[in-house]
Design a protein around this ligand. Structure first.
Ligand code: FES
Length: 115
């Protein structure tokens, strides 16, 4: 058994079976097997899957259209999302990422400034 996708625990036999069942493009294989949707987002398994699909369908790897790429998931502390200083070592960075700008909403009088 040769593991193709470590994140979703998919081996080569499963891939070959899916191709024989008619899933002969990358997108349908991805949807059918859930391959390439793990934490690494296919960085490891997509090149292997493309090679297998090319070999089994008599195409060149360059002929196989890539699927949608999404950046890998990285866990972040909840304090970063809540922007509560002191609850996370990264709390200050979250503010920096937004420019730490004063948008004028806290000190503005109600009613939009009375103009
Ligand atoms: S190895 Fe397939 S999604 Fe990570």
């Amino acid at each position: 058994m040769r593991v193709i996708c470590r994140c979703e625990d998919i081996d080569e036999e499963e891939v070959l079976r899916a191709i024989r069942e008619g899933y002969t493009d990358l997108e349908s294989l991805k949807r059918h097997l859930r391959i390439g949707i793990g934490p690494c987002q296919g960085r490891t398994c997509m090149p292997l899957l493309i090679r297998i699909l090319a070999r089994e369908t008599g195409r060149r790897p360059e002929e196989i259209a890539p699927t949608t790429f999404r950046p890998p998931v990285k866990p972040i502390p909840l304090g970063v999302l809540a922007d509560r200083p002191g609850e996370s070592e990264n709390a200050g960075r979250a503010g920096d990422a937004e420019g730490d700008a004063d948008h004028g909403t806290e000190d503005e009088p109600e009613g939009g400034g009375g103009r």
